[in-house]
Design a protein around this ligand. Structure first.
Ligand SMILES: [Fe+2]
Ligand SMILES: [Fe+2]
Length: 290
């Protein structure tokens, strides 16, 4: 990681230049952290802590999401001609699979029933990668705040917080890599293909927003049997993790945590802007008591 003054270097790197491509790949590879989920020392939990952990409704959904994302990302590596960028995408696929492995290790250790999901085969390498990436931009932003909430409220004991801290930071790296990859990818296209690429990205973002609006609207309403009540679990999990937390405070936490987690990376990399921008608007318009 390097801390370079913003606004000095940030305007120098042209999207798609050799330096931009090198920075994109190097930042990701150089900030990778080693750990083996299967060798994790899981802390002993008190009966009450165990009950709270087992009561969370999203374990299956979390494992499935990581499985889909890891298979999608790993498959998308072949889209890249550049060996460094391809290696970075392969590494992201490995890290996503490691998230699924960590969740499976946790749930098996604490005897939380979770079905190992089947291997996911993406239908369209680029579109599925874009869909997963933009989805992560939403999910990770909310996960940062929820994780801080679980830490502050003592919902997760400190030893478990320590285990999942690298996962959270990996998600920050993933979305930072993704938004810069989108910029890089667009710059590699012929000028006449760029508008269609922008449109496709816009359409995928709209689909991700629509899915979350639907979840937000259904919150608090009874779920029909068999409905995916735990879908978009980063939106609904605050109800479980922190009693009495307001949406206003959660948004504030997400914004602060997002800023903190992005702070140490090279400032020549563009930060994810869309989701923090939406959250900042909501934070301003939603009254503090809600
Ligand atoms: Fe992940
Ligand atoms: Fe990720």
């Amino acid at each position: 990681m390097s801390v370079v003054p913003a606004n000095i270097e940030s305007e120098i790197l042209a999207a798609g230049s050799a330096e931009h491509r090198r920075l994109l790949g190097r930042f990701f590879l150089d900030t990778h952290v080693e750990y083996v989920p299967e060798q994790m020392q899981w802390p002993a939990l008190a009966e009450e802590e165990l009950g709270r952990l087992r009561g969370l409704p999203f374990w299956q959904e979390a494992v499935s999401t990581e499985n889909v994302t890891s298979n999608t990302v790993a498959a998308a590596a072949v889209l890249e001609d550049d060996p460094l960028v391809r290696k970075a995408i392969e590494l992201q696929g490995f890290e996503e699979m490691r998230h699924a492995r960590l969740l499976i290790a946790l749930t098996s250790h604490y005897r939380i029933p979770v079905e190992p999901p089947p291997r996911f085969a993406p239908r369209s390498l680029e579109s599925d990668f874009l869909f997963a990436g933009f989805g992560e931009c939403f999910d990770s932003f909310f996960a940062f705040g929820l994780f801080a909430l679980a830490r502050e409220s003592g919902f997760f004991p400190p030893a478990l917080v320590k285990v999942f801290e690298p996962v959270m930071q990996e998600e920050a790296r993933h979305i930072l890599f993704f938004v810069n990859w989108v910029k890089y990818r667009r710059s590699q296209l012929a000028w006449w293909r760029r508008p269609a690429f922008r449109l496709r990205c816009g359409w995928i973002i709209l689909k991700q927003v629509a899915s979350r609006v639907q979840t937000a609207r259904s919150m608090g309403k009874p779920q029909p049997a068999g409905a995916g009540a735990s879908e978009n679990f980063t939106l609904t999990a605050h109800q479980e993790l922190g009693a009495g937390i307001t949406l206003h405070r959660l948004l504030g936490l997400c914004l602060a945590e997002n800023e903190r987690r992005m702070a140490d990376y090279d400032t020549r990399l563009e930060r994810p802007r869309l989701v923090p921008r939406i959250a900042r608007i909501l934070f301003r318009v939603i009254p503090a008591g809600i």
